[in-house]
Design a protein. Structure first.
Length: 187
């Protein structure tokens, strides 16, 4: 009788270990899926930038520094994408690119002809839609990372995780302190 009880306990423990392993695999795949979604949206944004720059160049010729900054940051972002950089590095580069694009649109406010250009308006709208998709993808990815990290760190799934070399994933966060700062509003 004791042999049967031990056998049942061992079988139940093995089944529970398999369930935990499958749960960890599911979370790891969700992280990969989330990162793929972010990558697709970042590439869409990078592909929009050259067209935006062409529509802006004629109007903002003497804003060369900002135009060159956006171009250089886009090149860095594409290089990081090709190198399959880690989320921390990619978020730093992409955050800088977002900031440069924000400055470009702020400068565009000084050019009424540019603001009235249908091409510029279309690219601005497309870029805004892509930015929203990036934020949605980032939230999904970070949620998947949270689930994986909790499973990797909590007992008893941490036993299975360490046995099969499951590791915590990095969040895709804004790295620039000015992106986290609360804007000052004065009247």
């Amino acid at each position: 009788m004791i042999t049967w009880i031990i056998l049942v306990v061992v079988v139940l423990a093995a089944i529970y270990g398999v369930v935990l392993y499958n749960k960890l695999v599911k979370f790891r795949q969700m992280v990969a899926e989330g990162w793929s979604g972010i990558d697709v949206q970042l590439k869409r944004r990078a592909n929009l930038i050259p067209n935006l720059m062409e529509s802006v160049k004629g109007y903002m010729g003497h804003e060369r520094e900002t135009l060159e900054e956006v171009t250089a940051l886009r090149a860095r972002a594409e290089k990081a994408s090709e190198e399959d950089a880690d989320p921390a590095r990619r978020s730093l580069i992409e955050g800088a690119l977002s900031g440069a694009l924000g400055r470009l649109f702020a400068l565009a406010e000084n050019y009424p002809d540019l603001k009235a250009s249908q091409n510029f308006i279309d690219f601005q709208d497309a870029l805004e839609a892509v930015e929203e998709q990036i934020q949605l993808s980032r939230r999904y990815y970070n949620g998947a990372v949270r689930n994986l990290n909790v499973a990797v760190e909590s007992f008893p799934s941490n036993l299975v995780a360490s046995t099969f070399k499951f590791e915590k994933a990095e969040y895709f966060e804004l790295e620039a302190p000015e992106d986290r700062a609360v804007p000052k509003v004065s009247f």
